[in-house]
Each structure stands twice: as C-alpha cells, then as structure tokens.
Design a protein around this ligand. Sequence first.
Ligand code: FAD
Length: 475
Amino acid sequence: MEHLERDVVVIGAGPSGLSAAYELNKAGKSVAVLEARDRVGGRTWTDVMDGATIEIGGQWISPDQTGLYSLINELGIETFERYKEGKSVYLTEEGEAIAYEGADFPVAESTVAEMDKLVKLMNELAADMDPDKPWEHPQAEELDKISFHHFLRQHCTDELACNNVGLFIAGGMLTKPAHTFSALQAVLMASSAGSFDNLVDEDFILDRRIVGSMQGVSKAMAERLGEDIVFLNNPVLKLEWSEDAVVAHGSSITVSAKKVVLAVPPNLYSRISYVPALPRKQQITHQHQSMGLVIKVHAVYETPFWRNEGLSGTCFGPNSLVQELYDNTYIGEETGTLVGFISDLNADAMWELDEEQRRAAILKAMAAYLGEKALEPKVFYLSDFAAEEWTRGAYATSYDLGGLHRFGPAQNENVGPIYFSSSDLAGEGFQHVDGAVRMGRRSAARIIAALDGTTYDQSYDGVATLTAGKDKVNA
Ligand SMILES: Cc1cc2nc3c(=O)[nH]c(=O)nc-3n(C[C@H](O)[C@H](O)[C@H](O)COP(=O)(O)OP(=O)(O)OC[C@H]3O[C@@H](n4cnc5c(N)ncnc54)[C@H](O)[C@@H]3O)c2cc1C
C-alpha cells in the first residue's frame, strides 16, 4: 500500500473533482485525486462502439454555462453547434407524427394557451429563486409539499398541456416521474438554467457540443495534473477524519491530507465508511438524494436520412417510449446519428425485456417519428449508467418530495475538513457539467481560504478561474 501526504485529497475524478484539483494545484496546494474507475470523467464518457464514437454520458453545453465555457477556454477546447436545421416532429397521443416549425407544439390553440400559462407561471416562480438557495424561495415550503404532477394540475385542467410541460422537467431533466419530486425541485431546475423558457428551448439548452468529446474536458485536466496526482482504480471506501485532518483509504493508496473534496455523486456518499460517523444531519440528508433513471439511445445510420426530408431530427412525444430525439451527428461525419431518451417508468419497462425485444421496441418508437428508415441503424447502443457501480442512475440526483427545503440547507456545509462537491449540489448548472465545474472551483476556493487563513468570498460563482494566467505550478 502506497502512502501519500498532501494538502488536499480529492475523491472522484469527474469534472467536479478534477476542477477542484486543477484549481488547487494551480494555487500551489499539493493534491492527490483518487478515482474508483479505470478512467476519468465520471458521468461524461466517450467510447467507440462497433466503429462509431458514442457520447455515452453528458455532452451538450448551453450559452449560460459560463463556468464550463471559462474552463474549456482555458484548456483550449472548442465547441460546435448541434444540427438544428429543418422542421421538428411532434407525435400526438394517437401516434400521428406532425412536422412543425417554431417553438409551439402543433396542438390545439387552447392547449398552446394553457401551456403558455404554465410556462409563464414557472418563469415567475424561477425569477424569485436564488438557485444557490432554493429553500429561501418565498413559497419554498408550500412548493416543496406538492408533487410537480399535482402542481401542474392545480393550475391547469388541460391534461395534454400538463403532460407537455411536465415532459421538460420530469422525463427531460430530473428523469423521475413527476409525482415523485416537488414543484420546488422543478422550479430549481428552471432557475438553474436562468428561466423555464431557457429550459424548454432545446436550441438553447442543447446548443453546442465539445470538439473531441465532453469527457475530453476531464481528460485534459487530468493530463495537466499528471499521473503523480490522479490515481485510477482506487475506490475510497473508508475516510478517517478529525477537525483538521483526513486519511482517505483507496485500494492501493492511502492519502493523509488537511482537507478532502468529496466529489462523488450524493447517492454514493453512504458507500464510504466514515470514521467517526458523519453528523446526524448529513447522515439523514444523504438518504434523501436519489438518482433519476434514463436510457440514452444511440442509433447510427449510413446517412442522416431525415435531413433530406427537411427534418432537423428533433422530435418530441410526451406519450412515446422515446420522449425526445435529436440529431447527434458529429461534425464532418457522413453517417447520421440519432440520440433518444427513455426516462423513468419507460426505462424500467425496457430493462425488463430481453435485448432483442428492447431493441425492437425502441426502434419502433423512433420510426413512429421519422419513418421506417429509422428501423435499421448500423450501430445501436444504449447508455446504461444505472448498471454502473460508481454512478447508479442518470442523469443526476435530486431530492425526494419535500426534501429540498428540509435537507437542502445542509448539502453544501463542510463537515470539518470534508467539502462536498457535485453537479447535483450546484445552483447554476444544477445536474450539468457546468454545475460540476462551478462546484469544484468553489470547493477549491473555500479550501484555499481555509488553508491560507483568508476569507472566502461567498458571492464567488465558480465562473472565473481562481488563478487566471497561471499554469501548472507543481510541475
Ligand atoms: C447519460 C447522461 C447524459 C447527460 N447529459 C448531459 C449533458 O448533455 N450536458 C451536461 O452538462 N450534463 C449532462 N449530464 C450530467 C453530467 O454528466 C453530470 O452532471 C456531471 O458529469 C457530474 O460531474 P461530477 O464530477 O459532479 O460527478 P461524476 O461525473 O459522477 O463524477 C464522480 C466521480 O466519482 C467517482 N467515484 C464514485 N464513488 C467513488 C469512490 N468511493 N471513490 C473514488 N471515486 C469514486 C466516479 O467513478 C466518478 O468518476 C448527463 C449525465 C448522464 C449520465
């Protein structure tokens, strides 16, 4: 067993842990990162499947995600625009595929009016929220007591309008059924993206992609940090701590440090044995943050055939098995790639089927939008983060009904030398790579202030790098 002494040990080499380590390293603090997997990037992961490069995890970046933008600018990584030309397709409850332009779904005018009313309401509620402190919203308690499903129906009697609006947050973001999370949690999702308008605008929220891959952002940080800092295949299952010291036990390395950044998803906090146990507040809080469940479907075709038919590849169907579909062709590729999403209860049902039945059901649902050509991809792959021991779901964790205002205030409090850092604890960029970066940088800033005896600026949003202009100092 190798033993290291460092100022800070970071547990988890996803974008949050690596952003923290990167900033700490540039600020002259000695760091070690212990990662459970044999790769960095966590929920961002790119691999080649049957000859096709697949973004298995997180991939899109939106204009408001300025924490991630500032990081990629620093790393010299570029972005490209998602293919957006042509009409979108909406699948009605009766299974009719309707091509349409503009922001409004092709539904009855009265339903559009009801949807607009709900969107306006969500925008107003989001405008009153500081995403860093959703529990301080003037209606926090009231909104946290009601499920998003019931909240929508409290304000609207048009079932289709409720389903269409619900889709953007339930299936589309938190990937949980709308009856399992609160209206407050839904408002946070909107507020974290700037507004509900931003969230429902796929051209905003799924604006651009990273040249190379999103995992490449983590790889670039890990490369700059070097092999003497980032240690793979080292799950930490035991963390000893006192007020001013920790010992993190990986499988082949132990690290003694003054501080620890715990950058694993919140649902995995309890995978670690803490000696002594964490305080009561954290032990309870951590039981109420659970992962959503979504299957990301990748289908690669000889050509992006839908483009020739004047379609963008963007499809929505609140009653479909595949509720969203997008053109995910990488720039310059001749083949065409579609990416679809199967959320929560539909995902449960899919994992009950055998592989052949599952493939047939999913492709049939995709063909309902884009025609029979969708039935025959040359590569078909399903992202299955729920089966991954070091994630256990997708995209991210959120609180159960009533949990956000009850437990949220404790989520970012450090416990002695332990600092929690995850996209799932972020305000702006909540559940996104941007939030992971912001949280990593903020954890680093708090630790630097604590180690240096200076004051941490509470208003720091994780957008500006802490050490602009400095390169790796420990080289
Ligand atoms: C399918 C999918 C699609 C997504 N799409 C998008 C998108 O388009 N855009 C976007 O911005 N976001 C997207 N996301 C979300 C985004 O990927 C996450 O928000 C982000 O990766 C979270 O970063 P993180 O560092 O907080 O956690 P993670 O990425 O989960 O990293 C945590 C790391 O901790 C490690 N770990 C866990 N336990 C231990 C332990 N005990 N010891 C050591 N290491 C441990 C894990 O192996 C992992 O590497 C998507 C996520 C998924 C799953």
